[in-house]
Design a protein around this ligand. Structure first.
Ligand code: FMN
Length: 222
């Protein structure tokens, strides 16, 4: 049975990112995968410590970050999985800090500082592919998103995970609701009625895209 790890890098356990991730989970389950869903905010961990144990000559880390903390069992599960889906909200123009702490350690241990003579890019530590899906949820509209550096930033996250694990795809969910009832918050820069309509009309389409992503990653022949 194929194993999928779903990682929520949002502090909210049941709003935009979590809801989208849970649909991706259902998509993976619909084609027979066993899914483990993990809220990263429940785990005490930090980013890469720059110990370079994964780069030292003769290193035996084999793609697994050497630092022993509560993230390590999760990183081990990732390396033993058939697909991984990571969801993050966009905070202040970037993925959350927790997303970055995770991916620094996932990516850095899984790439070598050695050039692949054929491709000219860094060699991978793993000799197998783990398809990765990134889901970014954000309050910005697609049009606002395209006016910023976010496409390049997200493209870099995608490129690095693809380099390390062999395959990566991205789903961006735009124009999400910040809260369910805008009238309760000082938030005149947003139109609560418009946001409600987006949530009713567009969000279900994004949930469907996430379901399809979960299914597709499991069905990939790698
Ligand atoms: C601290 C903070 C910073 C945010 N910064 C941005 C931002 O820079 N761009 C954006 O489009 N949305 C931003 N948002 C909105 C969230 O990205 C968006 O509502 C997201 O879908 C929330 O996901 P969640 O429901 O899983 O928490 C921010 C929200 C918070 C709480």
């Amino acid at each position: 049975m194929k194993k999928v790890i779903v990682l929520n890098a949002s502090p909210r356990k049941n709003f935009n990112t979590a809801q989208v991730l849970k649909e991706a989970q259902k998509g993976a389950q619909s084609v027979g995968a066993e899914v483990e869903y993990i809220d990263l905010f429940d785990i005490d961990f930090k980013g890469c410590r720059s110990c370079y144990a994964c780069k030292i000559k003769g290193s035996k880390t084999k793609g697994l970050c050497a630092f022993k903390d509560d993230l390590r069992p999760v990183l081990e599960k990732i390396l033993n999985s058939n697909a991984v889906i990571i969801g993050t909200p966009i905070y202040c123009g970037d993925a959350t800090g927790v997303y970055r702490n995770l991916t620094e350690r996932m990516i850095f241990a899984a790439i070598k500082y050695l050039k692949d003579e054929k491709t000219g890019v860094m060699q991978r530590e793993l000799n197998y592919t783990i398809p990765i899906g990134i889901i970014n949820t954000m309050g910005a509209t697609e049009e606002q998103f395209n006016r910023t550096y976010l496409p390049e930033m997200i493209g870099m996250n995608e490129f690095l995970l693809k380099t390390a694990f062999g395959y990566c795809e991205v789903l961006n969910v735009f124009d999400t609701s910040h809260f369910t009832d805008y009238s309760k918050y000082d938030s005149s820069i947003f139109d609560g009625e418009y946001k409600k309509q987006v949530r009713e009309k567009q969000f279900p389409k994004d949930l469907k895209k996430a379901f399809d992503m979960g299914k597709r990653l499991v069905e990939m022949n790698v």
